[in-house]
Write a protein that binds this ligand. Structure first.
Ligand code: NOJ
Length: 521
């Protein structure tokens, strides 16, 4: 096993290496020393994020039940890019103490993790609680608090108990009850230690990829129907958990609870074309507004433009009712305002133009309902996963879009942001990505008045990246998946992030990046 002192030793070696890399060159874009003029406020929440299935491993240990990812990947070993699964992953179930030291070494004060629902409730339902699961998470949270790190806990980061998937997963209205029951167990068991909750992670990616297509488990491919049922019942489940916490737990536990949504930035393909601007707006409404409008808008419910579009299309396609379910007036009220913060995951941007049909689209489908052709800009680099191209200004634009749409009253917390590559400790791509994206975040806050309260880098260490398996890497720490200890080693990006957190500024000169371009910020 790698001792904490060995991790620290490696950090020191890399720190020395990075010091050697310090450039003395003058960069006038920011200031003479390469430092951003703007700073992050003292109370800005800097953190780092992970998720249970991607790091924990121990898939069948100590009474854990199976999640739908466990079951599906065991049955379909070729589904992921490298035929891998999360059986062992980074083995954090056994190595969580090292993880805490790593988080601490970054200087951040927040660590976002998720609970594995089937580790706590092996049958999915709350009639039986797995004591070993409770023990694991309590030890993790106690360890974090001892290290002066606040746990930020996601209840559902995609690893649904297979027992509940067998009942239809999020297409089943009963899931709203099951999720509330599960949330109650979590609040009761951990609410003394956990003061920041996020109910669910990235509803759009989960529903669209898993229910509306085949890119994620459960591979339902119920395009045009499944993703909307999923969205609908997830939103209701979220709202029920929010109100449960608000009424029964908040008075004593005094915490905060919100949700994590995700969005790409939608850039009009031709900025001179009105229809490309309209297409971009339609895309954002479908990708983010579908989930955000019911919660954060003053009137609640689905965005009127989306409601109308899917209702009309459903009618023309001969469906007896809209493929997008309707909220009752009571449900609109229950969902509206059900979040103390706007959790946002953001990674990349795409170019948008209108289209009525593309060769790859199915009918019905979200693509067809949206009517937008989505393309990557060949000028934006793609350093790892093929869906993720780097366009830092998109981050600022997205933060502005959210602010314009939902106001500044509810703070935005960036619950994930990061980039993938194909591995290695000298991850200049990641250093550059964080510098540039965080710089855009500073501009959004200081120049544009966006209310952003926190930022979580994705992710602490290399992990199981869903359909991409272990092929692409997002970690600030490298994990040697071949080694029995799953040895963790800090990358340059870990040192760079530590420096940003320490100084509350972006320092473009801290690590000298070969052929670094300052002028495309
Ligand atoms: C968002 C998801 O929440 C996370 O699980 C995933 O690893 C990252 N995106 C990168 O794809």
């Amino acid at each position: 096993m790698q001792s904490p002192s060995r991790v620290a030793h490696k950090a020191v070696i890399l720190a020395c290496f990075s010091l050697l890399c310090l450039t003395k060159g003058v960069n006038t874009f920011v200031n003479g020393n390469g430092l951003s003029n703007y700073t992050f406020p003292d109370d800005f929440m800097f953190g780092v994020a992970t998720a249970a299935y991607q790091i924990e491993g121990a898939w069948n240990e100590d009474g854990k039940g199976e999640s739908m990812w466990d079951t599906y990947l065991h049955k379909h070993p070729h589904y992921t890019a490298d035929q891998s699964n999360g059986d062992v992953a980074a083995d954090s179930y056994h190595k969580y103490k090292q993880d805490i030291i790593m988080v601490q070494s970054l200087g951040v004060k927040y660590y976002r993790v998720s609970l594995s629902w089937p580790r706590l409730l092996p049958h999915g339902t709350d009639n039986y609680i797995n004591k070993a699961g409770v023990k694991y998470y309590r030890k993790l949270f106690e360890g974090l608090l001892k290290a002066k790190i606040t746990p930020v806990v996601t209840l559902f980061h995609w690893d649904l108990p297979i027992t509940l998937m067998d009942l239809g997963g999020w297409t089943n209205p009963k899931m709203v009850d099951y999720f509330e029951d599960y949330a109650k167990v979590a609040f009761m068991l951990f609410g003394d230690l956990v003061k920041i909750w996020t109910t669910m992670n990235e509803l759009h990616q989960h529903c669209l990829n898993g229910y509306g297509s085949n890119y994620f488990v459960p591979v339902l491919e119920s395009h045009g129907i499944g993703e909307y049922l999923c969205a609908h019942y997830m939103l209701l489940g979220h709202a029920r958990a929010y109100h449960l916490y608000d009424k029964e737990f908040r008075p004593k536990q005094k915490g905060k609870i919100g949700i994590t949504l995700d969005a790409f930035w939608a850039e009009p393909k031709d900025s001179n074309k009105k229809e490309d601007h309209e297409a971009a707006e339609r895309y954002l409404q479908m990708h983010l507004g579908l989930y955000a409008h019911p919660i954060y808008s003053t009137e609640g419910d689905y965005p009127p433009m989306i409601r109308e579009r899917i209702d009309n299309m459903s009618q023309h396609q001969g469906y007896p009712r809209s493929r997008l379910p309707n909220f009752t007036p009571e449900e609109v009220e229950m969902v509206r305002g059900s979040s103390d913060f706007f959790g946002l995951n953001h990674y990349t941007s795409y170019l948008m133009s209108p289209s009525t049909m593309e060769p790859t689209w199915k009918v019905p489908s979200t693509d067809h309902d949206t009517g937008v052709k989505i393309e990557q800009n060949p000028n934006w680099p793609i350093p790892g996963a093929e869906w993720l191209s780097v366009y830092p200004p998109g981050f600022r634009k997205l933060l502005n879009w959210i602010t314009k749409s939902y106001g500044t009253k509810i703070p935005i917390i960036v619950t994930e942001n990061g980039v993938s590559d194909f591995g290695g400790l000298t991850d200049f791509v990641r250093v550059s990505y964080y510098n540039k994206y965080l710089y855009q975040l500073l501009l959004a806050m200081h120049e544009d008045g966006c209310n952003v309260a926190g930022y979580f880098a994705w992710t602490l260490m290399d992990d199981f990246e869903w359909t991409d398996g272990y092929k692409v890497k997002f970690g600030l720490f490298h994990v040697d998946f071949e080694s029995p200890d799953k040895t963790r080693t800090p990358k340059l990006s870990a040192l760079n992030y530590h420096e940003i957190v320490r100084t509350r500024r972006v320092n473009f000169n801290f690590i000298k990046i070969p052929s670094y371009k300052y002028n495309d910020l």
